[in-house]
Write a protein that binds this ligand. Structure first.
Ligand code: BV8
Ligand code: ZN
Length: 252
């Protein structure tokens, strides 16, 4: 894919010391994970308030668990795509690099990103509503599944109306406020408080870049919007990083 890079952007790539990449469902779309609001969106068949809330889980654990098992089946079969792998290569080129994700599919870690700030949890982990115990069991003796303590298990994800993990959110806000370049990749930018991160970055003086085939709520405040798929744009940006940054900070 040949992409036109502005001089401003290339100069930012060359001089930036601290970089943040913040991803949404779009970064996993080319791996085959349906997005939430896109044409094939998960929310099309289901409605968020019916499923991704504790109330829905209380009222109908069977339906909520069936939805998560359906999504887990998809995720077990898929692999990271070139966009995930390009992001995993980036840390070695910058003094500080932070990856924040709204995704719960674990694909960034599978692609080799070591330190991932997961704002909304991880769909492959189960959490006990009663004792808080975590496990990554896939087979359950009964359904909806129970914890060894007898409590009810739920997917370890953040539902609507629930607080995000405080340490993850704090870290995400801190790094967004003090970075030189903030990449917003594959998110419609509607879910709070994750959607506020690029605004924090901008207020902190960052150069805000969006990678998305569609315009979003964020587009009008970005310094650069690459209209394209992250699986193609991110590898092209990684190649530019390699060519404009004289050496990676650590021997590769
Ligand atoms: C909370 C986990 C508060 C579960 C998810 C104002 C302030 C604060 C809160 C609110 C507020 N207004 C409303 C709220 C409440 C709510 C909210 O934001 N609602 C929205 C709908 C308005 N927020 C919350 O409830 C949050 N909690 O604020 O608590 C609180 C305060 C006090 C006391 C108690 C609580 C919790 C939100 C977390 C919800 N959990 N997921 C699960 O996955 O099952 S949200 C879910 O949707 C995802 O995790 C993701 O984060 C989110 C957004 O989706 P996106 O990732 O953006 O995906 P989407 O499909 O929308 O877009 C995909 C994009 O990719 C598209 O733009 C498409 O064009 C693009 N794309 C497609 N293909 C590609 C591509 N891009 C690049 N390449 C491609 N190939
Ligand atoms: Zn328990």
């Amino acid at each position: 894919m040949n992409i036109a890079f502005s001089d401003r952007f290339l100069n930012m790539l060359k001089t930036a010391r601290r970089v943040v990449v913040s991803t949404g469902a779009g970064v996993s779309a080319e791996s085959g994970v349906p997005t939430f609001r896109g044409a094939d969106g998960l929310w099309k068949k289901f409605r968020p308030e019916e499923l991704a809330t504790f109330e829905a889980f209380q009222a109908n654990p069977q339906i909520v668990w069936e939805w998560y098992q359906y999504r887990r089946e998809i995720i077990h079969k898929i692999k990271p795509n070139p966009g995930h792998y390009a992001i995993a290569q980036m840390p070695k080129f910058f003094e500080a690099f932070d990856l924040v994700t709204q995704n719960v599919d674990g694909l960034h870690r599978a692609a080799g990103s070591e330190d991932v700030i997961e704002l909304h949890g991880n769909i492959m982990r189960n959490k006990c509503v009663d004792c808080g115990g975590l496990n990554d069991d896939r087979e359950f003796a009964q359904f909806p599944p129970l914890c060894r303590c007898g409590g009810r298990l739920r997917p370890d994800v953040v539902w609507f109306g629930e607080m995000l993990p405080a340490s993850a959110l704090e870290r995400a806000e801190k790094v967004s406020t003090s970075c030189d370049i903030f990449f917003s990749v594959g998110t419609s930018g509607v879910v709070q408080p994750a959607a506020s991160l690029p605004y924090l970055a901008r207020r902190g003086g960052a150069f805000v870049v969006e990678i998305n085939p569609e315009p979003t709520e964020l587009t009008y405040i970005t310094d650069e919007h690459f209209v394209g798929r992250s699986g193609e744009v991110l590898p092209a940006i990684l190649e530019k990083i390699k060519s404009v940054r004289s050496r990676s900070l650590t021997a590769s």
